[in-house]
Design a protein around this ligand. Structure first.
Ligand code: NAP
Length: 279
C-alpha cells in the first residue's frame, strides 16, 4: 500500500486565493489594505528567512506588511513597548512576533502584549483559552493549518484515536485540543513517554511535532493511519521516517509541502479576518 499525499501546497494555494479575494474586497470597502506587522528581533538567519517569506506572501495576496526589526540586545521592556504600540495602531490589523526571540527576552511577556484582536498567529493566552473553550478566536497557525488540511481531504476524526507527539504551547498542545474538539480520542506523547512506539502503533491519526529528524519510524505506523508531520529539520527532513511511513499510511503529509504552507496561509487568512472585524 502507498499513502495518498496530503498536499499542503495545493490546499494552501486555494486558501490563499480566497484570502486574496477577501483582502481585495476589504481594501475596496475600507480604503486601506489589511496589514500585518512582523516583528523580528536579532539576526537569526532562519527567522529572517521565515519573516521575509511571510512578508512576500502578504504582498502576493494584497495584504500590506509593516516590518519592525530590532537588534538582538533589545530588552523585554523595549519589545513589549513596540508591540503595545502596534496593538493600539489603527492601521495594523495583525501582529506576528517571529519566535524564538533571543534567550534574555521574556517571550511570554512579549506575546501577551499582542492585543487579542490582532493575535493572528494565535500565540496569546487569550487565543489559547478561546480555542480550549471552543469560543471564536484565532487559532495557533500550525495546529489550525493542520485541521484545515485534514478537512480538505474529508478525513474523519470523531471516535478515532489520535496520538500527538510533542506538547509545546504553540503546536503539540493546541493541535491535540483541536482534535479533541472534533471528538477524536487524543493521547499526548512527550520526552518522558514510556514506549513511544507502542503508543504510536495504536493511532489512527498521528501528528508528529517534535523537531527530531525521523523520530517516528515507519514501522510504528498502523496500516491505513493518517500521518501528519509538522516537524521541519535541517535538510528538509521531517519528524517521520517518510518513505517507510508512506508504505503503511493511508494519508501522509510530505516535508516540505505539507504542514508548512498551511501555516502561512492560515496566518494571512486570519489577518484578513482581523481586518474585517474592525468594520
Ligand atoms: P518544541 O517546543 O521544542 O517542542 C518539542 C516537543 O517534542 C516537546 O513537547 C518535547 O517533549 C517533545 N519531545 C522531544 N523529544 C522527544 C522524544 N524523544 N519523544 C517524544 N517527544 C519528544 O518544538 P515545537 O516548536 O513544538 O516544534 C516542533 C517541530 O515542529 C520542529 O521541527 C519545528 O521546526 C516544527 N514546526 C513547524 C512549523 C510549521 O509551520 N511547519 C511551525 C512550528 C514548528 P517535552 O515537552 O517533554 O520536552
Amino acid at each position: 500500500m502507498s499513502a495518498r499525499v496530503l498536499d499542503g501546497t495545493a490546499v494552501a494555494r486555494s486558501l490563499l486565493a480566497r484570502t486574496a479575494e477577501r483582502a481585495g474586497a476589504f481594501t475596496a470597502a475600507a480604503g486601506r489594505t489589511p496589514t500585518l506587522a512582523t516583528v523580528l528581533v536579532g539576526d537569526d538567519p532562519a527567522s529572517r528567512t521565515y519573516v521575509k517569506m511571510k512578508r512576500n506572501r502578504c504582498a502576493a495576496v494584497g495584504i500590506g506588511s509593516r516590518a519592525v526589526e530590532l537588534p538582538a540586545e533589545t530588552t523585554t521592556e523595549r519589545l513589549v513597548a513596540e508591540i503595545t504600540a502596534l496593538s493600539t495602531d489603527p492601521d495594523v490589523d495583525g501582529i506576528l512576533l517571529q519566535h524564538p526571540v533571543p534567550a534574555h527576552i521574556d517571550e511570554r511577556a512579549a506575546f501577551e502584549a499582542i492585543a487579542p484582536g490582532k493575535d493572528v498567529d494565535g500565540v496569546t493566552m487569550h487565543s489559547f483559552a478561546a480555542m480550549a473553550f471552543g469560543e471564536p478566536g484565532f487559532h495557533s497557525c500550525t495546529p489550525g493549518g493542520i485541521l484545515r488540511l485534514l478537512d480538505a481531504y474529508d478525513i474523519p476524526l470523531a471516535g478515532r484515536r489520535a496520538v500527538v507527539v510533542g506538547r509545546s504551547p504553540i503546536l503539540g498542545k493546541p493541535v491535540g485540543m483541536l482534535l479533541l474538539a472534533r471528538d477524536a480520542t487524543v493521547t499526548y506523547c512527550h520526552s518522558r513517554t514510556a514506549d513511544l512506539a507502542a503508543v504510536v502503533r495504536e493511532a489512527d491519526v498521528v501528528v508528529a511535532a517534535v523537531g527530531k529528524p525521523e523520530l517516528v519510524r515507519g514501522e510504528w505506523i498502523k496500516p491505513g493511519a493518517v500521518v501528519v508531520d509538522a516537524g521541519y529539520n535541517p535538510g528538509n527532513v521531517g519528524d517521520v521516517e517518510y518513505a517507510a511511513a508512506a508504505e503503511r499510511a493511508g494519508f501522509i503529509t510530505p516535508v516540505p509541502g505539507g504542514v508548512g504552507p498551511m501555516t502561512v496561509a492560515l496566518l494571512l487568512a486570519q489577518t484578513v479576518s482581523a481586518a474585517e472585524a474592525t468594520r
